[in-house]
Design a protein around this ligand. Structure first.
Ligand SMILES: [Zn+2]
Length: 207
């Protein structure tokens, strides 16, 4: 369990309830929502947004709520879900931006941390694979790269079979495990009936 996220969610609940209470007291002189689920508080605040805007504490509410929601998003945006999409390379005047483009797993757009340029995740991944065609990795990782970059959806077990059959050779060893290149895996895939599609990637099989 993500204790940090839990903690931040509780804070958000307190903030919502606190301001819900404040609005109830301002409008009716009493509270209308019972303790428990914070969602009715959020709904009530939204339903009465005009009244909220009329309160002198509206600015404080907006600030507190924004800060709490940001904390929640940060806590749930776990490192494991973040992906790096290489150096930005955006040309600003004569200067090439050296910022890092980042996104999260499953998102379609990524953003440069420096110049805030927005990129299509899939295009960036294809570009990264084309730039790193001879980088080596463990088989499951290489298979995942190829899938994410849209080159091929391969089953790791099937690819391991190609190794057993001698149709795919490793390019080295790290931590006692064999390493493969995306190029070699794609070349082996091209030898299968489903993978036999003419592409420009053919022929780049060297380690
Ligand atoms: Zn940039």
């Amino acid at each position: 369990m993500n204790i940090d996220a839990w903690d931040k969610a509780e804070t958000l609940e307190v903030v919502l309830k606190g301001w819900g209470q404040a609005l109830a007291e301002a409008l009716y002189g009493f509270s209308w929502v019972k303790p428990g689920d914070p969602r009715p508080w959020a709904t009530r605040l939204l339903d009465n947004i005009q009244a909220v805007r009329g309160q002198e504490w509206a600015g404080d509410l907006a600030y507190e709520l924004r800060a709490s929601i940001n904390e929640c998003q940060h806590a749930t945006d776990r490192a494991a879900d973040r992906i790096t999409l290489g150096e930005c390379g955006n040309l600003i005047g004569d200067v090439v931006c050296l910022g890092t483009v980042r996104s999260t797993v499953g998102a379609s757009l990524g953003r440069c941390g420096e110049c805030r340029a927005v990129y299509d995740v899939r295009e960036r991944q294809q570009w990264m694979i084309s730039e790193a065609w001879h980088v080596t990795g463990f088989l499951p990782d290489v298979v995942r790269w190829l899938d994410r970059a849209g080159h091929a959806k391969l089953n790791v077990q099937k690819v391991k079979n190609w190794v057993h059959k001698g149709r795919l050779e490793s390019c080295g060893v790290a931590e006692g495990r064999p390493l493969y290149t995306p190029a070699a895996v794609m070349a082996a895939y091209r030898e299968t009936p489903t993978g036999r599609i003419p592409t420009t990637e053919r022929g780049s099989v060297a380690c």
